[in-house]
Design a protein around this ligand. Structure first.
Ligand code: GLA
Length: 395
């Protein structure tokens, strides 16, 4: 039996009926543009083949029943229940979608069986799960399966997913992850305007390799919120000192025009937050240069920009960790990859490396052995595949 058939079989066993639809929602890596989505920056995420997968059917009741293989639990949600305070579990994601997604009509319940191969940290398993839930809930409420080409509805759902993370789960995350999961592919996304541009994939000659450090992202929640707060403090400081034009308020740091960047950095001269601002400005510039490098098929330049991005995230923004620094350094030391950087929020989880296809095996062996020797942890290296946005298929 295929894995898919096993899943459907288990669905029938659990819910005493066959599923009517299958749904798949990708994870994402971020090629470059890290920690700048929550201050209006331009980012370059890519949806990947690793995904959250689900099978579901409408159950004709108002209840939503969800089984997750990860926690091996079947949980029933009654949308009419008064909102409970967040529990700090996966159930908060469902409660958030059901509440903000206006799951109020009677008879819009569904049975959903969910599994995932997004186990490594930093590949956005939470946005992937949220994107899946948002699509299924929308389908249950309206009878409509949102087309992949319906960009405007997909962006609306992405904003809903972000709101759930911010308000129900309590993470002040940006728009990058849900937008990537719901729109799919490789793109530049302007996080202030939500305008995006699809990019040609990495050329066939090269692959982006996901390198899982095997280190959990224990500080991610607190460290992430701290960075968002620091950026907020910088923005306030700059706005309060804007004597040249009182009406111009740059509410989002990454959108500060070039001529004001130097001014802002001198204003922050003796402030410890200066290095954080320096990361935001330099990373924003690197995204633009990376888009150009991709357009010119200049993989050497792209690799160098990835290395610079990691250095800035590690030294100025302080969101790396010894293992992320090590695995990216090993990838560079191997002489087989063109550049490497952490991807996602950091503090553990995954890095990515740009590797010519002819070096894939040697790079994997070299990095795996060296990392294992130095840390005692066996890392997992996988060449990523670009994927489409989250989607539903009728069975
Ligand atoms: C997490 C957040 C994103 C983004 C990245 C860092 O993945 O969910 O919004 O801020 O970290 O770039």
């Amino acid at each position: 039996m295929t894995e898919e058939a096993i899943s459907q079989d288990q669905f029938e066993h659990l819910f005493n009926a066959a599923p009517s639809f299958a749904v798949r929602s990708p994870g994402r890596i971020n090629l470059i543009g890290e920690h700048i989505d929550y201050c209006g920056g331009l980012v370059m995420p890519m949806a990947i083949a690793h995904s959250t997968q689900g099978w579901y059917r409408f159950n004709g009741t108002s209840q939503v029943r969800i089984y997750t293989t990860r926690f091996e639990t079947l949980t029933t949600f009654n949308p009419h229940d008064v909102m409970q305070p967040p529990k700090g579990t996966w159930e908060d994601y469902v409660q958030g979608i059901l509440n903000l997604g206006a799951h109020r009509q009677a008879g819009c319940g569904f049975d959903l069986w969910v599994t995932s191969d997004l186990h490594a940290g930093g590949l956005s398993s939470s946005a992937s799960f949220l994107g899946l839930l948002a699509l299924v809930n929308h389908h249950a409420l309206t009878g409509e399966r949102i087309e992949l080409s319906d960009v405007s509805q997909r962006l609306t759902l992405a904003l809903l997913c972000q709101q759930v993370e911010n308000q129900f789960v309590g993470v002040p995350s940006g728009i990058m992850d849900p937008a990537s999961v719901l729109l799919g592919g490789l793109m530049t996304l302007d996080c202030r305007t939500l305008k995006f541009q699809r990019l040609q994939a990495i050329p066939e000659t090269h692959r982006l390799v996901i390198m899982d450090t095997g280190v959990p992202r224990t500080l991610a929640a607190s460290g992430y919120a701290q960075r968002v707060a620091e950026v907020g403090a910088i923005q306030t400081l700059i706005a309060d000192n804007d004597s040249t034009n009182k009406t111009t308020r740059y509410s989002e740091l990454a959108t500060l025009p070039d001529d004001r960047v130097t001014q802002a950095l001198s204003l922050l001269e003796s402030d410890p937050l200066k290095i954080r601002a320096r990361h935001i400005f330099s990373e924003q510039a690197r995204v633009l240069q990376s888009a150009l490098a991709l357009e010119n098929n200049d993989m050497g330049a792209l690799g160098r920009l990835m290395n610079e991005s990691h250095h800035s995230l590690s030294v100025d923004y302080d969101v790396s960790c010894p293992e992320l620094d090590l695995i990216t350094q090993l990838s560079r030391d191997s002489g087989l990859g063109l550049g490497a950087r952490m991807t996602g929020a950091g503090f553990g989880g995954c890095a990515i490396s740009l590797v010519p296809v002819e070096h894939l095996e040697a790079h994997e062996a070299w990095v795996t052995n060296a990392y294992l020797q130095q840390t005692g942890i066996e890392p997992v290296l996988l060449a990523s595949e670009v994927a489409a946005g989250a989607d539903i298929i009728a069975l």
